[in-house]
Design a protein. Structure first.
Length: 404
């Protein structure tokens, strides 16, 4: 087995910056179950729609082939200036109950949910309740002196804090929101400065956990409640939420994660808490053991809701336009045409910016791309972990931008 991938998904890249930056090239939850797009699919005669993006086009055929070979289970959606161009659903959200995937199903975002924490911070900065140049110690106590006095909010959001966190207890089965909250707050406080501030870090958990704590300290709300009200609620993302394990087990609008285990088979992770992932970088991990996502991380979203988030970002719903530009502005170079922004990569493809975020975990894979110059949004959500997400992102971008 390739130590960096499981059947084509480069999990290390996905768990780092992800998206098009990980692909070397170089897009949020929900609507009622079964609800259809608000806008009709455009006709093939529409001159603004690349043929490869249309129903029956190259991207549609490619995804259908993957699904026919059981290499993809989930939803793909392409939206152009508010109109759904392509929407396809494949596989089962819950095989045991016979529930199919569809647009109204919410999928585990894993790392693709991390930009919501950056947006929360920027909303507070926009209101003058904090400054990006403030240090950790401005709002929080209990951190080592060098962290409290040197590491700023900007450093953490940009992924250049120099911080590292201890390994998580992957075997622990959490039983409440309070237990998750207490554990991850204590975990974040154990962070250490392992490199000079300003040094790019490798997906440090502290860089999502500490900003989430700052959101809570400034607002007096839990991170989950703040994001639900001020991001998901504002954008009309009625199917997107930080669902609990009990909801994951019982709500037919949440896709079950079909995790690849040691013998190569897939098991329903949330119904088999005794089993863990076979992937080297996530060995033994099972997302169902968390009662709710750690503050700052993951969450669940539907594909149409991620499109709603993209529009909320562009029309001033979620951030005033200058602050939305701060969110997506290139901060740290990662390659010739790819850069880190705030908890997401931005890249230049065929002469245009693409804003993206990918995530991968046991039984889950996700990516959303926003093409701000042309008004396209692309979403890929899956409840498999052994599917070619990087290649799917490349094919989507080729279809939209014409890059080969």
């Amino acid at each position: 087995m390739d130590p960096n991938s499981v059947r084509g998904v480069d999990r290390r890249s996905l768990l780092g910056w992800g998206g098009l930056a990980a692909a070397g090239m170089v897009g949020a939850g929900a609507q009622p179950a079964g609800a259809r797009p608000a806008h009709a699919e455009p006709t093939p005669a529409d001159p603004d729609i690349p043929p490869d993006c249309l129903p029956g086009g190259a991207y549609d055929r490619y995804v259908a082939e993957l699904a026919a070979e059981d290499k993809f289970s989930g939803v793909v959606l392409l939206s152009y200036r508010g109109r759904t161009v392509l929407s396809r659903s494949y596989g089962m959200a819950d095989k045991e109950k016979g529930v199919p995937n569809h647009e109204g199903v919410a999928f585990n975002l894993t790392s693709a949910g991390k930009p919501f924490g950056a947006v929360a911070i920027l909303q507070l900065a926009q209101q003058g309740k904090l400054k990006l140049a403030d240090t950790v110690g401005t709002y929080l106590t209990g951190f080592a002196k060098e962290i409290a006095e040197q590491v700023t909010i900007h450093h953490m959001l940009a992924g250049i804090s120099g911080l590292d966190t201890p390994d998580e207890d992957l075997q622990r089965v959490f039983q409440s929101r309070e237990e998750v909250h207490e554990y991850y707050e204590r975990w974040a406080r154990q962070s250490k400065l392992v490199a000079p501030v300003g040094t790019p870090t490798d997906h440090a958990g502290a860089e999502i956990g500490i900003p989430a704590m700052i959101v809570e300290a400034v607002t007096g709300m839990t991170y989950w409640d703040y994001v639900q009200e001020h991001i998901f609620g504002r954008c009309g993302m009625i199917g997107t939420a930080f669902y609990t394990r009990q909801q994951w087990l019982t709500d037919e609008h949440i896709a079950h994660p079909y995790m690849t285990v040691e013998d190569g088979s897939r098991v329903d992770a949330v119904r088999n808490l005794d089993k863990g992932s076979a992937h080297p970088y996530e060995l033994g991990k099972n997302p169902g053991r968390l009662f709710i996502a750690a503050p700052g991380d993951a969450g669940f979203a539907t594909a149409p809701d991620l499109v709603r988030f993209a529009h909320g970002l562009s029309d001033g719903t979620v951030l005033d336009r200058p602050w939305a530009d701060v969110f997506t502005a290139a901060k740290v170079p990662h390659g010739p045409t790819s850069f880190g922004a705030y908890q997401m990569p931005v890249s230049i493809v065929n002469g245009q910016w693409v804003h993206s975020r990918a995530g991968g975990g046991p039984g889950s894979g996700a990516n959303w791309n926003i093409y701000p110059y042309t008004g396209w949004v692309g979403v890929i959500l899956s409840n498999y972990d052994d599917f070619p997400l990087i290649e799917m992102i490349e094919r989507e971008t080729q279809a939209i931008t014409g890059r080969r």
